[in-house]
Design a protein around this ligand. Structure first.
Ligand code: 5AD
Ligand code: SF4
Length: 481
């Protein structure tokens, strides 16, 4: 997920994810937990579920029977906030029927808006920022005692390393592991540094232990999450000075190596990489381990150096292309995806065309495209005018989507005929007779169930494709990738 938002699955963007907790000792109290935005938020919800199950809350999928409703929110674009606000208005109405109901707003919006939703709009009883989840049980108690409760303190240390997340993905195949929190970059469009605070990395041993534990439970894929995974560092301070001479230094390349060694049958993905920080060492580690997936999400945001400067991204078009060349050299066949913002402050037609041309030049299997949405407190809000007309933003977005689709479809078509090692993830939505799984490149493949089970690895020959997925046949032939 990737920078501010961490996209693992485009369909998840902006959608509310409802969370059911498998088991917990109950005190009869029910909690309804709804999560918006990125994978990092989803992963945080697993921490929240764990903390609340410790004080006896069980989750329910039925919001009308809940004693506690928690909404884990996203601030990345204005639309995301609007959606949450409407939902909170709906929840407020439930309070007319159930006077004991407590409604809490968690996550990035809580951090951004602080007391305002509680005091001015009176939409919620509880406001808790991303670094204060340990305080949730006592804050809920405070609300039950008749007070409103707020904790939006950001931390320089909190990583929730010792909290064992309640796994909320019901498939039991793939799981998220949060490896760091916050972001120290100041991309001028982005609200994340203000809502999630300073960057801090989680202790590597606890990450490896979590991956091992997931593997022992039967999981076969983990995604390591951070706003900028390439700047993961353990035992180094901000200036790069070693903190404890008895302890090893662990950067992202070493961490990947450690997690890859948990088991060759545990696939490892990660998100999000930053072009300015992605070094060849990381690529060489990926090349060494088959279970490190050959798929890199590398947000470009714009293809024009002049625009990248206004965005404060810390790289140029040429630098980005150099990183792409390194990936293609060290990891031939590696799939690439990206994020693009259209209509950022002062975007000229020429800059837009440069974005279009880089899409063609690189060849992304997937691009997540967003219209610029001005966010309060960001550098862009303070320094630049949001001056690209809405219709121009929309037209450019449409043009980018159309071209990107055609480039991606050529790449998918080129996969037909080859054999891929696929991790079986679940029953296909379209047919109960079929399974779906993914290749190392994160491409979905549909194939007959046969006598396979979820969590198996199987070789599948791609025999056909749609615009974004492959259809395949199980084979005993050796995999090409
Ligand atoms: N407006 C539009 N898109 C944004 N993103 C981040 N901030 C904004 C914004 N203010 C996009 C970037 C980032 C992705 C997660 O969301 O492309 O990589
Ligand atoms: Fe990503 Fe930049 Fe936002 Fe950090 S500031 S989360 S690097 S887009």
């Amino acid at each position: 997920m990737r920078e501010g938002d961490i996209h693992v699955d485009e369909s998840r963007q902006g959608e509310a994810i409802h969370i059911e907790q498998p088991f917990a000792p109950s005190n009869g109290l029910k909690m309804f937990l709804e999560s918006y935005g990125c994978a990092m938020n989803f992963s945080d919800s697993e921490i929240i579920a764990s903390i609340m199950s410790g004080v006896g809350y069980v989750t329910t999928m039925d919001e009308t029977e809940a004693d506690l409703i928690l909404v884990n929110t996203c601030s990345i674009r204005e639309k995301a906030e609007e959606r949450v606000r409407n939902r909170l208005k709906e929840f407020k109405r439930y309070k007319l029927k159930n006077r004991r109901l407590v409604v809490g707003m968690l996550g990035c919006m809580a951090e951004r808006l602080k007391e305002s939703l509680l005091e001015q709009e009176k939409l919620v009883d509880l406001v808790v920022g991303p670094d204060a989840y340990r305080d949730l049980p006592s804050l809920v108690k405070q609300v039950n005692g008749g007070q409103k409760a707020v904790n939006v303190l950001l931390s320089r240390e909190e990583t929730y390393a010792d909290v064992s997340p309640v796994r909320l993905d019901k498939s039991g195949v793939t799981a998220f592991i949060s490896i760091m929190r916050g972001c120290d970059n100041m991309c001028s469009f982005c609200v994340v540094p203000f809502t999630r605070g300073r960057e801090r990395s989680r202790e590597p041993k606890s990450i490896v232990a979590e991956a091992q534990d997931l593997f022992n439970q039967g999981y076969r894929e983990v995604t390591l999450l951070g706003q900028n995974v390439d700047s993961y560092k353990w035992n180094l301070d901000i200036k790069g000075v070693i903190k404890d001479s008895e302890q090893p230094i662990v950067r992202f390349a070493e961490l990947l190596d450690m997690v890859a060694k948990v088991n060759p049958d545990l696939r490892v993905r990660f998100s999000t990489s930053h072009p300015k920080d992605m070094i060849d060492d990381v690529l060489h580690v990926i090349a060494r381990h088959e279970n490190l997936c050959k798929y890199i999400h590398l947000p470009i945001q714009s293809g024009a150096s002049s625009m990248l400067k206004r965005m404060n991204r810390g790289y140029t078009r040429e630098w980005y292309l150099d990183r792409i060349a390194a990936i293609k050299r060290i990891l031939p066949g590696c799939a690439l995806s990206t994020d693009i913002i259209t209509g950022f402050c002062g975007e000229t037609e020429q800059e837009h065309l440069e974005t279009m041309s880089i899409l063609k030049e690189v060849g992304f299997i997937m691009a997540y495209n967003f219209k610029y949405s001005e966010r309060p407190r960001t550098l862009a809000e303070r320094k630049f005018e949001d001056d690209v007309p809405e219709e121009v933003k929309s037209a450019r977005l449409t043009e980018i989507i159309k071209h990107q689709r055609s480039y991606a479809s050529v790449l998918i078509q080129a996969m037909v005929g080859k054999v891929y090692r696929v991790l079986v993830e679940g029953v296909s939505k379209k047919s109960t007779e079929k399974f779906y799984g993914r290749t190392t490149h994160n491409i979905v493949v549909i194939f007959d169930k046969g006598d396979l089970s979820v969590c198996d690895y199987v070789n599948v020959r791609a025999i056909d494709c749609t615009s974004a997925t492959l259809k395949g046949e199980v084979t005993t032939d050796k995999a090409d990738a």
